[in-house]
Every structure is written in C-alpha cells, then in structure tokens.
Ligand binder design. Structure first.
Ligand code: ADP
Ligand code: MG
Length: 316
C-alpha cells in the first residue's frame, strides 16, 4: 500500500494541575495516498490531538512523548514529522503548504479584519513564489470552485458578512489553494446547520475526487464516515480500536465500541433493532486496556479483549 502518512506508536501527554493525561497512547495507522481516511470517535477520544501532531501543533502543556509520523510527499524524500527540529524549514513547507487543515470553527482560520480576497490570496503568497496579481486571480478561481457566488463583490467583503457555511467554504478554498498533498478536516461541519453540513461534505468529497489529494477526515459521526471515507480508524480514549475499509467496518464491526457507534446512528441501525447508546453497548467493559491490534484475515486490524477473539466471521 502506498501510504502518504504512517503514524506509529504515537503518544501524547498533557501535564495539568491534576496530573498527567495520556491523550494518545500507542496510536498507529496509515493514510493511503489519494484516499479519504476518517478518524471516528466520541468527544475526547484524541482525534484533534492526532491531527495536531501531524501539523506539529501540539503546544505545552501537551507534549509528543514518543512515536513517529512518516510523511512521504510525492516529491523529495520521506521524513518523520515528529523528529523535525522546531526551526527546520520543512515545518513551514508542511503547514499550509504540503499539509493543510480545516478546523471546526471557520473563524479559527479567518481574520476578522482582512477581506476574503486578501486572506485567500495571502495563503498563496505565503507558500508560493508568485506575484500578487496571480495570487488574486487564483484565489478568485478557487473561491468560485468552492461555490462562492457574486465573486467580484465578495472578494472585497469581510468574514462577518458571510454566513457560517460560506465562511467554511472560504476556509476550504484557503486550505486548497496551495494544492496540499494532505488535507486534514477536523469536524469541519460540526458548527454548521444540518442542511449546510451536507453541502459542505459534498463539496469536500467532490474536490477530493477532482484534485486527488489525500484526506484525513475527523468526525464523531459514523454516518458521515459512510458517506465520505474509504478507510476508517476508530478511536476511543486515546487508542485505536479498529482499522479497516469503511465497508468492512460498517458491515462487520469487530469491536463492541464500533458496534455501539453504529447502533447509535438511526439511519444505519437495522430494522427492528433497538437503538443503543455507546454507553449501553460498552457498559463497564474495560476497553481501555491496551490489547494489541490483531490483524484479521481480510487485512483489518482490531483491538479486542482476549475472550472475544474473532472466529468464523464472514468476510466481504
Ligand atoms: N489543551 C489541553 N489541555 C489538557 N488536556 C488536553 C488538552 N487538549 C486535549 N487534552 C486531552 O486530550 C484528550 C483528547 O482531546 P481531543 O483530541 O481534543 O479529543 P477529540 O477526539 O474530541 O478531538 C482530551 O480528553 C483531554 O484529556
Ligand atoms: Mg476534536
């Protein structure tokens, strides 16, 4: 498999007044090139911390304790993002250049005091050796591509004059103008109305098909995973519980936690099945014990307690 990112044994600690929180503990997974990989898990499971590690955005009191993130860009030699020195020029190339990120809240990425046109053009000038006129032109084209209408006028408007959904479209344009090899989306639609959510998801999927970049898509919603992703990584309490293709994981989830997540989605629960909450499925089971990931015959990896070792599972 041609992987653009290989995350191995990643561990992150946060040191706070009440002690050390292990936000990530031995996280390993791959992001295949040109595909959409989703990380799914409930709030607090370590999804954003994982994404921030890839961008090297972990700040004190957080710290990457161990592990590696091998990045293999299409040009140049592969390198480990975790071990780059803070002043390594590759970090600047990485952030917003080779890898860009869309956050949940669009105003995280937008400045309230500059026009939309200026901000998108600036994202280009920051990473590419082109003049202002070219940057402006390309910014215009990308904004049209993400569905901003009445562009001549809107280039000169400010973020507060845009709706939430429009702002997130601008942020997606900003993330894509440098043609990143990896686009990380951290719950990009969670702050939007349901109808707008669907539009933005469709936009991300269409652009990925068109541009062919690798996407790491973070969500707490397996329904979104079903619509969008090729591969899925299920996280819980800072650990990876299950990895597989979306089809495998949604059709035959191996881990009780994944089964719980699936049953909590009304649209995906089978007819007549009682809708279960995550808590009622997982119960008091000690699923945080670091069971090693077991590789199944179909290539999936899953962390299971010994008593529920899979056997006789039907494959695809
Ligand atoms: N700034 C922080 N300070 C202390 N602990 C943090 C901080 N950010 C994250 N954590 C810890 O890391 C865990 C995972 O956080 P996060 O990755 O943001 O979860 P999510 O899956 O919701 O994105 C949290 O439950 C918390 O224990
Ligand atoms: Mg998060």
């Amino acid at each position: 498999m041609d992987n653009i990112l290989q995350v191995r044994d990643l561990a992150v600690d946060f040191t706070t007044d009440i002690g050390i929180t292990k936000a990530l503990n031995g996280v390993s997974f791959d992001v295949p090139r040109g595909q959409v990989t989703a990380i799914v898990g409930e709030s607090g499971s370590g999804k954003s911390v994982t994404a921030n590690c890839v961008m090297r955005l972990i700040q004190p009191p957080g710290r990457i304790v161990s592990g590696s993130i091998q990045f293999s860009p299409s040009q140049g030699s592969p390198f480990d993002i975790v071990s780059l020195a803070d002043k390594d020029p590759r970090l600047h190339e990485l952030r917003g250049g080779l890898i860009s990120m869309v956050f949940q809240e669009p105003m995280t990425a937008l400045s309230p005091v500059y026009t939309i046109g200026n901000q998108v053009a600036e994202a280009i000038l920051c990473h590419r050796d082109v003049g202002k006129a070219v940057a402006w032109q390309e910014a215009t084209e990308m904004l049209i591509r993400v569905g901003i209408e009445d562009i001549e006028r809107r280039m000169f408007m400010y973020p507060f004059e845009f709706s939430g959904g429009m702002r997130q479209r601008v942020v997606i344009a900003m993330a894509l103008v440098c043609n990143p090899e990896v686009l990380i989306c951290d719950e990009p639609t969670t702050a939007l109305d349901v109808t707008i959510q669907a539009e933005v998801l469709t936009l991300i999927r269409d652009l990925q098909h068109e541009l062919g970049n690798s996407v790491l898509f973070i969500t707490h919603d397996l329904g979104v995973v079903a619509q969008l992703a090729d591969y899925v990584v299920v996280m819980y309490q800072g650990r990876v519980l299950e990895i597989g293709t979306v089809r495998q994981v949604l059709k035959t989830p191996m881990h009780p936690y994944t089964q719980g997540l699936l049953q909590a989605i009304p649209g995906l629960a089978r007819a007549g099945e009682r809708l279960a909450t995550i808590e009622s499925v997982v119960g008091d089971a000690d699923i945080t014990t670091p069971y090693p990931l077991v590789k199944l015959a179909d290539g999936r990896q899953v962390s299971l307690p010994p008593q529920s070792t899979p056997g006789g599972q039907e494959s695809e």
